[in-house]
Design a protein. Sequence first.
Length: 553
Amino acid sequence: MNKQTEKLRLIYLPFLIIAISTIGGYTFLNWLIICELQLFSIKEVIINFVIPFILPWIPILIWLRPRIRLLNLETKRDSNLPFLYQFIAGLAIAVPTIIAQEYLTTATGKLTELENISQIDKHEATKYYTLKDCYIDKEHFSFEDKFEVYGKHNEDLSMQIYVVCPILKNKKLSENILRKGSGNSYPAINAVDKQIQNASLTRDTVKAWLGIVYKDRISNRLSSGEKDKLFKSFAQNSQYEFNNASLSQFVYLKRQGNSDDLDEYKKAIELSPLVSFNNTVLIPFNEPFELRNGNKLAWIFGAFGIGAFIWLLMILIPKFHEKQLADFKIGKTTKNTDLTDTLSLLVPQKNFFITPIIIHINILVFIVMVFAGLGFVSFQGSDLIKWGANFKPLTTNGEWWRLLTNTFLHGGIMHLVANMYALLFVGIFLEPRIGKTKFAWIYLICGIVASVTSLWWHNATVSVGASGAIFGLYGLFLALMLTEAYPKEFSKALLLSILVFVGFNLVLGLTGGIDNAAHIGGLLSGFVIGLFISPQLKEDADQFVTEEENKEK
C-alpha cells in the first residue's frame, strides 16, 4: 500500500466519518429535540452557532489529533503546524454544521393560514402564518433602543431600534383598544372614554405584534457629541422609513424565536401604552414562502466540500513520521501530555488553588447568564445592573455589595475569555509565590479598590469585569519583580512582557469602551500591596534557602 493511500485510510477517512457524524447527528438532534418535540427553549445563537462551533473539537482532539501526529509536521520554523491542521479540520466541520442549523431554522415549521389575527389563539402555535385580513396599527407603535459595542478593541458601535405595532383584526379595534393608565395620559382616548368603558373587549385584544428592526453601525471612537448627532440622524431616517412603509403588504409572517431580538421586542411591548398580555412577535416577509430557505442547502454541501478538499490537500503534502507511524501500526502510542497539562491548570492544586476557583466562578456566572437568556456575545447594560454591576447611582445608594459582585460579571464572551486568560497567566507565577490565602485576599481587595476608583471617576457608567482585580495582581507582580522578590533571571524574562501588557491595555482604554479608571485603581493598589509584602517574601525565601542548605550539610 503506497503512502498516499495509507494517509487516506488512516487520517482522511476518520476525518470524513467524524465530519458526517457531527453534521448529521447534531442536525438530527436539533430537529428532534428543539424543533419537533420542543423539549427546551434555548437561545437560537447557542443552538445555531455556539454548540456547532465547539462540538467538532471534541472528536478532533480525542480521535483525529493522534492521527494528525502521524504526519511529520514539526519544523524548525513552525512548531504550530499540528494545531493548524486541527484548526482547519474543526472549521471544515463547524461551518457546514452552522449552515445546516440555519437551514433547519427556516425549513422546519408549519405554515398556518388565518383569516385574521383573532384566530391565532384557536390554532396550535406554529412558526409561519399567512393573514388574509389584518390592520397594522402604526399609530400605537412602541420602540426600544439598543446599543452594542463590537470589535476586538470595542471600535464599533451598533445602533438598533426595535419597533412593534399591534396586529389587529380591523381598524375599528384600534380606536376602541384598552390602554394602560388613565385616559388623560393619551389624547386619542379622551373622545372614546365612555365607549371604552362599555366595550366588551378583553384585556388581551392585541393578539400579536408586528416586529421591525432598524440597524446602523458607527465608530465607537467618536466623541459623545458626534455619536449623539449620528444617532439622531439614524433615528430620523428610521422614522421616515417607518412612516412611509406599507406594513400590511407582506406575503407571510414568521414567529420570532428565542433570541436577543425577541428580548428587545418584548421590552418595546412593555413600554407600549396598550394593555396586552401577549408577547407574540411576528416578522413580515415579502418573498414567496417557497424561497425562504434561499441557497442554504446547497451551501451546506458546498462548504463541506470546500473544507474537505482543502484538508485533503493538507494531509497529502507532508510525509509520514516513520517512527510514529510504525508505533501506531503495532498499537504503541506516544503519550502526549500537552492537552492534559493545559487542562490541569484549571484544576485546583496544592500550590495553585485559588486561581482555578476564581476562573470557575466567573465562567459559571457567565453560563448562568447565558442560559437565563441574557445573551452570549454581549449583555445589555440593564441586565448587568440587575445582576450586580457597579453603577454609581445604585452603589452609592446603599448597594455597596456591587463593589464586589461586579468583578464576577462580564460583558460578553470575548470579555470573559480575555480576562480569564490574563488571570491564568499571572496566577501561575504569583499564587505559588505568595500563597493561596494572600492571593485570595489581595485579589478581592484590588477588585474592590478598582470598583471604588471607577465610582470616583464615572458618574453613570455600568462597570463589570475581573480586569480591575487582575490589574491589581499584575501591579503586585511588578512590585515583587522590581524589589527582587523573584530571582533576577526570572524578572528579566517577564518584566518587559508585563510592562507591555499593562501599557497596551491602558492605552487601549483611552480609545473608549473600557473602564480605565478601574484598571488604574487596581494596578496601583496591587503595586502598593506588593511593596509592603515584598520584604517578608524575601525574608521567607532566604530562610527557606538557609534551611535547605542546612539539610544538605
